[in-house]
Ligand binder design. Structure first.
Ligand code: CTP
Length: 423
């Protein structure tokens, strides 16, 4: 959660039944240390009273443009500019129409015209009013004017029981939108491209049978999601898994190692490659095109052929990503084996998984939600790091923080430079 302490909000409450939900929003904002000043329209005061709002904000509630006291004490210009953000909730069809056309005949609309701060609105109205061409036009205009919208949502209307889009977003969703405006999440990898492999591969024996492994794809998908949250443009090439595709990521489902390699190479060039897939080392040399039958007594012999090593191919590619990261599943000599694998594959970092019984992950790492890893880096490219037992989401977050640090350096070092001049 971002620190919102000391941030200042001007909250304009419009006249709709959803106004009662704004009391909850004010409480949450105050809990987060936000100072909230409120302007209520005349219509808003039919739904909730300035008294209850003032009791929650501990501040005077502003209602009238021509109140001389207001002018002397603060004035609508200062009121609208002393805030870091202006929020309108509920934003009625009437208020939105005024904002879209620049009317200012009361304190709320005047403050909205006078502000030089970002504005976020939480519309709430009857679904027919939301669908009306006039509201459609106003939404388009407000968006073009740089005003952010949260909601409305689908659901049943409090007053009429009608269903459709028009319900004000819930206070917690409005709070999240406010947080995003006041303290936007850092996107240290914005402009970087990344490819992630994940999950098992399925190597066919015949049309109905295959060789596979127990990889769940959880760690790879968590990494893809964390890279995307850090602003990277992410392509995830995943073998068959039972997980929904992560949001904000281009997901390419594949079955075999050869398909995985094809799509990985097609996604190059990228800046970052994280090869988390448990790729089958061998495939059946000649998969049968018809289902194998149990004819005779002797079971069929499966001749195996080696699969391409996707990690090694990417690390040795003419279009090599700047940072190539692999995984290593080890039961013993974790760091020693991981270092050997790092050199053999030519990658920059290895995430060494402790898959032994002493890893502390109940039931084993594969399929579990937690992971104990050791980050091993090429000589001189940064310190090695033993991480404690973490959730796979936390492992992903830590890894992405390390990746962001790497790209945050003034001039990223290529691996050959790092080896020539260890720091
Ligand atoms: N890898 C790959 N393509 C393969 C095999 C592995 O891209 N055909 C990648 C994996 O995604 C992982 C790393 O290489 O990043 C793991 O290497 P691997 O040699 O398979 O090591 P382990 O799975 O640890 O197995 P082993 O110790 O038996 O070699």
């Amino acid at each position: 959660m971002a620190d919102l302490t000391g941030k200042r909000l001007l909250l304009i409450i419009g006249g709709g039944i959803a106004a009662y939900k704004v009391l909850e929003l004010i409480r949450r904002l105050k809990e987060r240390g936000v100072s909230v000043r409120v302007v209520m329209t005349a219509a808003a005061q039919h739904f909730i009273t300035p008294l209850s709002v003032g009791a929650l904000t501990n501040e005077r509630v502003f209602t009238d443009l021509f109140d001389l006291n207001d002018e002397r004490e603060i004035g609508h210009i200062r009121l609208s500019r002393q805030a870091d953000l202006v929020v309108v909730a509920p934003a009625t069809a009437d208020l939105m129409a005024k904002m879209a056309s620049g009317f200012c005949n009361d304190l709320a609309s005047t403050a909205l015209m006078a502000t030089d701060k970002p504005v976020l609105i939480a519309p709430a109205m009857n679904p027919k009013m939301w669908d009306h061409p006039a509201t459609r036009r106003n939404v388009k205009q407000l968006t073009a004017d740089g005003i952010a919208l949260i909601g409305p949502e689908a659901g049943e209307m409090a007053e009429s029981g009608e269903a459709g889009i028009g319900r004000m977003a819930e206070p917690m969703a409005i709070l999240a939108a406010i947080e995003e405006q006041l303290a936007p999440a850092e996107q240290p990898l914005k402009g970087r491209r990344a490819i992630v492999t994940s999950g098992p591969t399925h190597e066919p024996i015949d049309p109905v049978r295959y060789i596979a492994n127990r990889s769940s794809g959880k760690q790879g998908q968590a990494i893809a999601a964390a890279l995307a949250a850090a602003g990277a443009d992410v392509t995830l090439v995943t073998g068959p898994v039972a997980l929904p595709a992560p949001d904000g990521v281009t997901t390419i489902p594949v079955e075999t190692a050869e398909e995985m390699l094809f799509h990985v190479e097609a996604a190059l060039p990228v800046d970052i490659a994280v090869m988390a897939a448990a790729v089958a080392d061998w495939r059946v040399a000649e998969a049968a095109d018809k289902k194998l039958k149990k004819t005779g007594k002797t079971p069929p012999k499966l001749a195996l052929a080696p699969n391409p090593d996707i990690l090694a191919t990417v690390a040795g590619h003419g279009n090599r990503p700047e940072l190539v990261i692999g995984f290593a599943a080890e039961t013993n000599d974790l760091v020693k084996n991981a270092k050997a694998k790092l050199a053999a594959k030519g990658c920059d970092w290895i995430i060494a998984n402790d898959v032994s019984a002493k890893s502390g992950v109940a039931g084993g790492v594969m399929g579990s939600d937690s992971n104990r890893v050791h980050l091993v880096t090429a000589a001189g490219a940064g310190g090695d790091d033993a991480w404690p037992l973490l959730s796979k989401t936390e492992v992903a977050a830590r890894l992405v923080a390390r990746i962001a640090d790497h790209f945050g350096d003034a001039r990223p070092r290529r691996r050959d430079e790092a080896e020539a001049h260890p720091s």
